[in-house]
Design a protein around this ligand. Sequence first.
Ligand SMILES: Cc1cc2nc3c(=O)[nH]c(=O)nc-3n(C[C@H](O)[C@H](O)[C@H](O)COP(=O)(O)O)c2cc1C
Length: 221
Amino acid sequence: MTIREAVDARHSVRQYTKRPIDGAILAALEDEIRSCNEQSGLSIRLILNDPNAVKGLWASYGAFENADNYLMLAGPDTDDLYRLAGYFGERLVLFSETLGLSTCWIAGSYKKKNVKKLLNDGEALAAIVSIGYAQKPGKPHRSKSFEDVTEIEGDAPESFRKGVETALKAPTAINQQRFRFTWKDGRATVKALSGPYTLIDLGIVQYHYEIGAGEPIEAER
Ligand SMILES: Cc1cc2nc3c(=O)[nH]c(=O)nc-3n(C[C@H](O)[C@H](O)[C@H](O)COP(=O)(O)O)c2cc1C
């Protein structure tokens, strides 16, 4: 499975089997985490066999089950932490999908106090992403349209359309899709609108756009 195919295959999964993440799959995931940390300056870590992040909590979409493995999206406490965590966290989400693993972003419904205990000095926590083998596949989310999320002056190229359509398949907090893609003066930009965790969403959709368009996009904040 390619990363582009992973965009279509990925849906949030909150119930996992007890099958451990191990062997070559674990090694590949750890390698990708290392590479993300080197490029971003973040300190993302894979935490295994820790039921304390979501135990006993009910998500609006049903209880998490066996969500004992998760990515801890931590990094220096700068004002770009949330966007960076979104961008590199989603790179790991889609990479995990290619390895046969399912995921769910969690920024609200987890026990932050329990996870914060694992931080090193100087680190802040943006969110976690649960990860594991799905009990059953997730479902596609309802989506806004291309027109709902774009502002275009002049003729936007096909790459812009492909980028936005790929972004509309991205996970966002409470499926809010509170972002705006603009084509103006021959260039694309994306910005976050108001709402909970929209700066994390911004990094996520920036990454998705780049996969679809095949070129980088500047995020405005
Ligand atoms: C930044 C962010 C935070 C999220 N926080 C939570 C959460 O706290 N609890 C939860 O159950 N789902 C959470 N989600 C998952 C979203 O509800 C889910 O991505 C959205 O409904 C779209 O569905 P999909 O991921 O299956 O495409 C979060 C997603 C994102 C991107």
